[in-house]
Each structure stands twice: as C-alpha cells, then as structure tokens.
Design a protein around this ligand. Structure first.
Ligand SMILES: NC(=O)c1ccc[n+]([C@@H]2O[C@H](COP(=O)([O-])OP(=O)(O)OC[C@H]3O[C@@H](n4cnc5c(N)ncnc54)[C@H](OP(=O)(O)O)[C@@H]3O)[C@@H](O)[C@H]2O)c1
Length: 330
C-alpha cells in the first residue's frame, strides 16, 4: 500500500480508502450487515487505513457497525476514521453535540470530522468553521475537513479559520463527474488541503456495472451517463488491458494520479483486494491522456464549478433535520 498525508500535517492515510454509506441506509438496501467486518478485515490486511462514514448514514447505523468491526478486529491507532456531521449543524453547540454522538457510536475519538455539506445561505460560514475548530481544540476530533464545499466556500473557510485549518474537502469526483478539476483542484493545491473523492466509481458504472440495481444507482444520473458512455468504457478497457488491471482499478488509479484520495464503497469482501490494487497501479502519460480525452465532456456536464448538493443551502436547518430523520437517515 502507498500512503500520503491529509492536508498540511494531517493524518497518514492510504492513497485509497473505503466508504461505508452502504452500511447505512435504504439507498443501498438493508440486506444484513455481516459483510462490514469482512470488508474492514480485508482492508486492514491490505494496508487500507482510511474509513469514511457519516452520522446520517442510516442515522448512525453505519458508524455503529464500523466502530464494532474495528473493535472486534483489534484495529490499531494507525486507522483513520473519517465521519461527518450533517450540514444542518452550523454552530459550535450543535457541532460539538454531533461529534460527541459520532464518538459514542464509533466507540472511539473520530480522527477526521467533516462538515457534510455547506450551511444554508442565511448562516454565516465563520460560525460553522469556529465550531469545527472548537471540536478539535477540545479533543472531540483529531482533525476537521469539509465536504461538498466549492472553491469559493473553501477560500471563505480559510479566511474564517483562526487556529486550525481544514485538511480536506470530500467531493463527488470521478471520470464521469469532473467539475472539481476546474477550480477546486487547483485551489486545493494552492491552499494545501486534500481532495477526497466520493462516488469514485460512479456507483459501480465505471467498474463495468451496466444496469442499476440499488436505489442509489437508479436515482443517479451520473451512473446512467457513465454506464451508457461507450467511449469512456472502451478507454477504461484499453488502459485496463495494457496493465492487466480491471476497469475499477483504472478509474481509481486515475483519481490517485490527479492527487485525490478515492473512497469507493463495497459490500463484497472479495472486491477489496481489487480496490487496494489501484494504489500500486501506475498509469503512464498516454493512459492519462486517453482517459482525460474520453471523459472530457464531464469537466462541464454537471456544472463548470463544483455544485453537488448545492440545493441543501436553500433548505433551512430544521427542515433538513426533520426530513432526514423522517427517512431514518440516508
Ligand atoms: N460526502 C458526500 O456527500 C458523499 C456522498 C456519497 C458518498 N460518499 C462516500 O463515498 C463512498 C463511495 O461513494 P458511493 O458509494 O456513492 O459510490 P462508488 O464508490 O462509486 O460505488 C459504490 C458501488 O459500486 C459497486 N462496485 C464497486 N466495485 C465494483 C465492481 N468491481 N463491479 C461492479 N460494481 C462495483 C459497489 O457494489 P457492491 O456494494 O455490490 O460491491 C458499490 O456499492 C460512500 O460509501 C460514502 O462513504 C460521500
């Protein structure tokens, strides 16, 4: 496994992590969770040490299962657990309450607490950043990061930060969703935070899955676009053939080559070795050029600037909490 640091002086993490939304809610069907411990065990055996979850994944269920698995497997201090407080937590009291809840469910102090999406437009961003700083200063979390923040709000976050800077921004980023490359990626290099890439496989479509089976895949236009894009699939196949790799490994290695840390999700322990293999797959300039060209339209198709989950900024906090709670989380 290869390792890097999150941000300037953040924790040491594997260049590919794993996401645990799948252990949470109905979007991925609640089909029993026997797999969580096996997936985590396989990951630890292969040196993957970054595990991502969130308080809204099954309203805490994903965090509980991940924490339990890590405990039962005797995972060491080198494991980096990243979780997220909902974007409806916008001030210090609410953020600290959220992080304490995360720690209770995980059974450990969360390493990286991320703010899941930017606060509603009526909230002063500095109040939120102050809350995240306080969570770290008081020892409830080791580091903080943001999620789904476009470059403009990341810059604002930096100007708000008084004592501690964010180490990461977790955003939707894959060969089929490339808005982050236009402004956010250059900004992350300038400021020194790490881009963590969610849905790095376009929910399986970039791994070769052509028909959606889970609600999360059915509801995702990016899945449909990637699954139906013959040119992109052929380019993935060509590069995979050159390296005796799989499409999933190529899609993940392309993100790693761009300097991002992909966190694919899987409920299948047998896929973890494949995911870990992406860390040591070295793509050549020709490979990158071919993939860049094949996925060129996705630089702009979903917006020139990053705007996944932007609509949450228009929904008042109380309404956000009420609807997510009513659904039992996502
Ligand atoms: N910050 C945010 O707002 C946000 C939003 C969404 C997700 N996330 C995080 O990012 C993580 C990953 O994103 P994601 O789950 O949306 O998408 P993803 O990682 O792109 O896709 C995950 C799905 O792809 C399928 N897959 C993986 N390898 C495959 C293969 N070789 N062949 C066929 N299918 C394959 C898996 O199915 P199986 O389960 O059957 O293996 C899995 O459920 C999440 O778990 C979560 O932690 C964060």
């Amino acid at each position: 496994m290869e390792y890097t640091r999150l941000g300037r002086g953040g924790p040491r993490v594997s260049v590919v992590g794993l996401g645990f939304w799948q252990a949470g809610g109905r979007a991925w069907r609640l089909n029993g969770h026997g797999w969580v411990e096996s997936v985590v065990g396989e990951a630890l055996d292969r040196g993957i040490n970054l595990f991502d979850t969130a308080e809204i994944y099954g309203w805490g269920r994903s965090e509980r299962l991940l924490g339990e698995a890590l405990r039962r497997l005797g995972a060491g201090d080198d494991v980096v657990v990243a979780s997220k407080v909902g974007g409806f937590r916008v001030n210090t009291a609410s953020i600290i309450r959220g992080v304490k809840g995360i720690n209770r469910r995980l059974g450990r102090t969360v390493d990286l607490v991320q703010h899941h999406w930017p606060p509603p437009v009526y909230v002063p961003l500095c109040a939120t950043i102050r809350g995240l700083e306080r969570a770290v200063l008081e020892g409830h979390a080791h580091y903080y990061g943001l999620s789904n923040y476009p470059a403009s709000l990341m810059e604002k976050a930096y100007s708000c930060a008084k004592r501690i800077e964010p180490v990461s921004d977790q955003v939707q980023y894959s060969l089929a969703y490339r808005s982050a490359e236009n402004r956010l990626l250059p900004h992350s290099r300038q400021r020194g935070y790490t881009i963590i890439a969610w849905s790095p496989l376009a929910k399986g479509a970039l791994a070769g899955k052509s028909r959606p089976s889970d609600p999360a895949q059915k509801a995702d236009p990016v899945f449909r676009a990637a699954a139906g894009d013959t040119r992109l699939q052929n380019a993935l196949d060509t590069v995979a053939g050159r390296h005796r790799a799989t499409r999933a490994q190529v899609a993940l290695a392309w993100l790693i080559a761009k300097g991002a840390i992909p966190i694919p999700g899987t409920r299948k322990p047998e896929r973890v070795a494949e995911i870990a293999g992406s860390a040591t797959l070295r793509l050549g300039e020709d490979d990158i050029r071919l993939l860049d060209e094949a996925g060129r339209e996705y630089l702009y198709r979903w917006g020139r600037t990053y705007r996944a989950l932007w609509y949450m900024r228009l929904i008042p906090c109380l309404l956000q909490v009420a609807s997510i709670r009513l659904m039992g989380g996502v």
